[in-house]
Design a protein around this ligand. Structure first.
Ligand code: F6R
Length: 248
């Protein structure tokens, strides 16, 4: 079962995960090796990225040995689109720290051959040595990455159709629900479970019910976050609101 840490607020949760990432990077630098990070987008990880940027600016944390793989990208958006997840990462982290652009990977959602692009993304993760720490948020549908229900345990990087709840939840970023893409490319459940460690962040009352489901339901495709129960090193970093329906 995943471990649960209930922090005083989202900033405290973000600081804890940033601390773990900093430890990995510093240990890797001492050993002369890269650290492979799986990254999420959306509202939830913003305080994490703010803290990582602060550590870079104020405490000289370097990202020169980081290699990153983002979970997902909206279909049809290239990296220049303001709502693309590539752009989000550039603005919120990559351009604010010393990570080489060539070390950052976001699924290609405009590829002429989408299946080949998905296979290449998986191969790049393997070539990098696998993901050391995967950061996750969770959607109200139970998705991790954009693995909407139903998503089986053995899914890999692929095209998925977005749930209407997910499109509504992201409408504010696009100005209207009709402007939210109907599909995305996402790492699969199996890709995510392949990470050596997983840190899932969830904040606010809107996430309380799905956090409860993720813990109490048997692993099942209709609530894909339940598959995390099969990971041996997964921690949920919650605030009191998102943890409010858990009996801890
Ligand atoms: C984003 C992602 C999604 C989000 C989830 C929660 O890369 O993979 O699973 O983590 O939709 O989104 P927010 O944080 O905006 O509530």
């Amino acid at each position: 079962m995943p471990q649960v840490r209930v922090h005083s607020d989202s900033d405290a949760a973000a600081a804890a995960v940033a601390h773990d990432i900093a430890d990995l990077l510093i240990t890797g630098q001492k050993a002369g090796r890269n650290v492979v990070l799986g990254l999420a987008t959306g509202s939830t990880p913003l305080p994490l990225y703010r803290e990582l940027v602060r550590l870079h600016r104020e405490e000289s944390l370097s990202f020169r040995n980081a290699v990153t793989f983002n979970l997902d990208e909206y279909e049809g958006l290239n990296g220049d689109h303001p709502q693309s997840y590539r752009r989000y990462m550039q603005v919120n982290l990559f351009e604010l720290v010393d990570i080489p652009r060539s070390s950052t990977h976001v699924p290609d959602a405009v590829a002429a051959d989408p299946d080949a692009a998905c296979r290449a993304f998986e191969a790049a993760i393997v070539a990098a040595g696998g993901i050391d720490l995967q950061v996750l948020g969770i959607g109200r549908t139970g998705h991790i990455g954009f693995n909407e229900p139903p998503s089986g345990r053995h899914t890999r990087t692929r095209r998925v159709v977005l749930d209407e709840i997910t499109r509504r939840d992201n409408a504010a970023f696009f100005g209207s629900v009709d402007s939210v893409p109907r599909a995305a490319v996402t790492m699969g459940v199996d890709t995510i479970l392949g990470a050596r460690r997983v840190a899932l962040l969830a904040f606010g009352t809107a996430k309380a019910e799905v956090v409860r489901r993720a813990f109490t339901e048997k692993p099942n495709a209709d609530c894909p976050a339940t598959w995390l129960q099969e990971h041996s090193a997964c921690t949920y970093h919650l605030d009191p609101a998102s943890a409010s329906l858990l009996k801890t």
